[in-house]
Write a protein that binds this ligand. Structure first.
Ligand code: FUB
Length: 308
């Protein structure tokens, strides 16, 4: 597909000074970004908002994949995954995240389950970051009857995955309650109980787990319309210490859904707003990227959104 980005004069390290102008994808509505760095590139996975013209709800049936070597020029790859790939699911290609382990790529996704009432989390696998991805289990990894904290049917959404330095993988997810569990080395089965996390005030959804310089960071959507807040811990099992808001409500979008990465020496905050001029809003969202800066003590400075 045709892509965006402004051409910048390259510096010595070949990284341009500025980012692509937000929103970075202008020919489709994109939501729920999840980025990861593999070899020399960033791979960015998004949902695809596509409701009928006169409808306002989350109508999403496929995920999209983009890559960039400089955070400015983004290449679109053919959609590597559709909700139809999960035979046990019936709809809703909601938020997701991809991670690599031993040369395979695992894509954790939230969908609507076909027979267990409510949302569920599945996992797909591929040999390349651009797919094609195939259902890795033939069944959901997490279903609504496995989590009892909230009484709602949509608390099993927004998976975020990390492989710690000791090789242990963890899955975080949730809406209203934030859950986490260990994953087996095969990345497709839980390895132990599901636990609910405390100490995250106004947790709405969209947990994103990352580790940097010995600190674990758990960022998440706070209140509704959503701001993005975060907590820090020296231990992935907590206790988590709330550190405040890093991003305000993203313009005219009720949701905000962040992804945080380091790439080639800089840190990035990737999120969505509703800034596309044609019908952009809460159900027609657009992925944006701005710089993220850490303080010397590891805390995160407030994001300066370059577009609302
Ligand atoms: O895109 C559908 C839902 O909206 C996601 O799962 C949430 O994080 C919110 O962005």
């Amino acid at each position: 597909g045709q892509l965006t980005g402004v051409c910048q004069s390259a510096k010595k390290d070949n990284m341009p000074d500025t980012l692509a102008r937000n929103p970075i994808i202008k020919d489709k509505y994109t939501a729920d970004p999840a980025a990861f760095v593999y070899k020399d590139s960033v791979y960015l996975y998004t949902g695809h908002d596509a409701p009928p013209n006169d409808k306002n709800y989350y109508y999403m049936s496929e995920w999209l994949c983009y890559s960039s070597a400089d955070m400015v020029n983004w290449k679109e790859h053919p959609s590597p995954l559709n909700v139809k790939e999960f035979k046990w699911a019936k709809a809703d290609a909601w938020a997701s995240q991809v991670i690599e382990r031993d040369g395979k790529f695992y894509w954790y996704v939230a969908v609507e389950h076909g027979t267990v009432n409510g949302k569920a989390i599945g996992v797909a696998v591929a040999d390349k970051p651009t797919g094609p991805f195939r259902d890795a289990r033939g069944s959901a990894l997490i279903t609504n009857d496995m989590t009892k904290q909230t009484g709602i049917t949509w608390d099993d959404i927004d998976p975020s995955v990390i492989i710690d330095d000791d090789g242990q993988a963890y899955l975080f997810w949730g809406n209203t309650a934030c859950y986490y569990a260990k994953l087996k080395p095969n990345m497709t089965e839980l390895d132990g109980p599901i636990k609910a996390i405390t100490g995250l005030p106004n947790f709405t959804e969209a947990p994103w787990i990352h580790k940097r310089k010995g600190w674990y960071y758990l960022s998440y959507a706070y209140q509704f319309p959503e701001k993005i807040a975060y907590a820090m811990s020296k231990n992935i099992n907590g206790p988590w210490v709330f550190k405040g808001i890093i991003n305000e409500v993203a313009g005219n979008s009720n949701t905000n859904h962040q992804s945080i990465i380091d790439f080639k020496g800089k840190s990035y905050f990737i999120y969505h707003n509703g800034a596309l001029p044609t019908n952009g809003g809460s159900y027609r969202r657009s992925v944006c990227i701005d710089y993220l800066y850490y303080n010397a003590d590891g805390t995160i400075k407030k994001i300066q959104m370059s577009t609302q």
